[in-house]
Design a protein around this ligand. Structure first.
Ligand code: CU
Length: 620
């Protein structure tokens, strides 16, 4: 299947970049209690007195610690964290590796937007001003559960109309009821691949002591062509390899050597917390730090019991907070990205993407030990993490039914060539008439292409079997992401390489005993294995319209999504009047704008727009 494994064979055995590194930057000292970095202009407000210290990270404030059930208890800080995001288009933009891109779309003029900092329990308030030229936008706060704030989820066509260009704006406001590391991104077509993306750090307790919080460390596939271009290309050719991989927004060009390695400073003898975030559109990463292990303390926004690993697989959208002990010989060490699964979940034209981890006080320069490629994770995420706050559900009685099964298929029958369907239907949202509009007007005549899955019942565990259609022409791993909930990962098909010819469908006789219902992995992105299945559960404790989609931008663009409509009647009555008014205001503005939009809608609306004439189109 050369169309999805890419055009270039990637050799992962040679890891170390061979071009010169910049001298290490000065160490950044950062107090946990006043979270700010040099690269942010975040408004930093005082925090309530905290018992959180390097030797006792489990503690937080009176009545709140690592064992607190954060789904039902939130510190009342009274603090609002205000941010303003201004989106602009920049033509002929010179990227971090020196290559000029024809167009990017930036938040506050940065390739990765401002980090949102908050403490557990704060209210985050972001004013988004859309100064793009023809694109609408909506900003999704990935992993934030939005309890009772569905209209702030930022999923255009579902919970809002897009914010129109040329100065349209709205305010998102939501409570940080969870804590940990996450990110935000545009949900308007492929726009986040053009740069409309950033990170979120919500401070709270942790399951392991550490000395220094190094903050967020986003890893991102990077392309020299626009995301819009790439969507059109992938619709008929499959995904291309990335041109580069950005570490915290920077990288060297593999050929020209232009650019800088990301440089992270470790303090000898100290334990550091690092917040790894995969903000890619397509690349799944295996990460490893030469000579060091990493200890996982959080997966997505769920704190877990500490677990030490040599390397980690990060699916698109996933986060791992890890601790790293600077206990080795002071010096410089490569932090490597490699690709597994024979590139079934991505690859890069950069032969050895890497950053430098530098021990303070040691001489600068390039690391000397190239390291070895880690074990092949085969595009599969960790199945055996243990959340600190436990959730368990019965699994022995699970029965597969049409009503709880979501079957994913590639449809090659039409134009464009690659369309992804769930239960036979590719999602295609109507920007001007979002799902919430139907809810507010009590209109139940949803278009088929809204892929609505109605879920009712209060505080009930619902089970969802997602399977790759065994009769599809081919099948891929998909990083499935749910809005509005963390799901329990109850099981998946046996772990085999994605290129294996073995196909698995759920077989109760074999698979029921394999399921994990007792405090299994809980998170907001996990892999649906190629040629296999995935069983998830979530609790109906959050009325709302919530997307459940593959987080590969090209796949959700091609239709791979449903929209859970959870407890619609209650949703309608609980939406505050101010939210309804703002919903109608933005929709009115969008409906006025859209007839004047010069570009056609070419995909599901959850990713791609803005068509560019290009050689890709000619090739396609
Ligand atoms: Cu996918």
């Amino acid at each position: 299947m050369k169309y999805f494994f890419g055009a270039v064979a990637l050799v992962v055995g040679i890891l170390a970049p061979s071009v010169a590194a910049a001298p290490p930057s000065a160490p950044v000292e950062r107090s946990l209690l006043v979270p700010i970095t040099e690269r942010e202009e975040a408004a930093v407000l005082p925090r309530l007195t905290s018992c959180n210290t390097p030797s006792n990270r489990a503690c937080w404030t009176t009545g709140f610690d690592i064992n607190t059930d954060y789904e039902t208890n939130t510190p009342n800080t009274g603090v609002v964290r205000p941010y303003t995001f201004t989106l602009t288009e920049v033509d002929n933009w010179t990227g971090p590796d020196g290559v000029v891109k024809s167009k990017v779309m930036l938040i506050n003029n940065k390739i990765i937007g401002p980090t949102i900092f908050a403490d557990w329990g704060d209210t985050i308030q972001v004013t988004v001003i859309n100064k793009l030229v023809t694109n609408g936008t909506s900003i999704h706060w990935h992993g934030i559960r939005q309890r009772n704030s569905n209209l702030h989820d930022g999923a255009n066509g579902i919970t809002e109309c897009p914010i129109p260009p040329n100065g349209g704006q709205r305010v998102y406001r939501f409570r940080a009821q969870q804590y940990g590391s996450s990110w935000y991104h545009s949900h308007f077509t492929a726009q986040y691949g053009n740069g409309v993306v950033g990170t979120i750090q919500i401070n709270g307790p942790a399951s392991l002591p550490y000395d220094i919080d190094l903050g967020v460390f986003p890893l991102m596939d990077y392309y020299h062509r626009t995301a819009d271009d790439l969507v059109l290309y992938t619709q008929n050719n499959g995904p291309p390899f990335s041109d580069n991989v950005l570490f915290n927004g920077t990288a060297k060009h593999p050929v020209t050597g232009v650019g800088e390695y990301a440089n992270v400073t470790l303090t000898p003898g100290k334990r550091h917390r690092l917040r790894l975030i995969n903000t890619s559109v397509e690349n799944h990463f295996q990460v490893s730090l030469v000579g060091h292990t990493m200890t996982i303390i959080s997966a997505d926004l769920v704190p877990v019991q500490a677990q030490t690993v040599d390397s980690l697989f990060l699916a698109v959208g996933q986060r791992y907070d890890v601790t790293i002990d600077a206990s080795k010989t002071p010096g410089n060490y490569w932090f490597n990205v490699t690709f597994g699964g024979s590139n079934a979940c991505g690859g890069s034209l950069h032969p050895s993407p890497a950053a430098i981890f530098h021990y303070a006080g040691a001489p600068g320069g390039l690391p000397t030990d190239k390291g070895v490629a880690p074990v092949d994770h085969n595009c599969l995420d960790l199945p055996n993490l243990t959340p600190v706050v436990s959730r368990s559900v019965p699994v022995s009685g699970f029965v597969k039914k049409p009503s709880n099964t979501l079957q994913v298929t590639i449809d090659l029958s039409g134009t464009p060539l690659f369309v992804w369907t769930v239960n036979g239907s590719a999602i295609n949202v109507d920007w001007g008439k979002p799902v919430v509009d139907y809810v507010l007007t009590q209109n139940t005549s949803f278009p088929t292409a809204n892929n609505i899955v109605q879920v009712d019942g209060t505080d009930q565990w619902t089970y969802w079997l997602i399977e790759n259609n065994p009769n599809a022409p081919f099948s891929l791993p998909h990083p499935m992401h749910l809005h509005g909930h963390d799901f329990l990962v109850l099981g998946r098909s046996p772990d085999v390489a994605p290129g294996s010819n073995q196909k698995f469908t759920f077989d109760p006789a074999v698979d029921l005993p394999r399921l994990h219902g007792t405090n299994p992995v809980r998170r907001d992105v996990t892999i649906l294995p190629a040629n296999g299945w995935l069983l998830l559960a979530f609790k109906t404790d959050n009325p709302g319209a919530w997307l459940f989609h593959c987080h590969i931008a090209w796949h959700v663009s091609g239709g791979l999504s449903v929209a859970f409509l959870e407890r619609a009647a209650e949703l309608r009555t609980q939406i505050p009047q101010a939210d309804k008014d703002d919903f109608n205001r933005v929709c009115g503005a969008w409906r006025s704008y859209f007839p004047t939009d010069p570009f056609p809608k070419v995909d599901s609306g959850l990713r791609h727009r803005w068509v560019e004439e290009s050689e890709w189109l000619v090739k396609a």
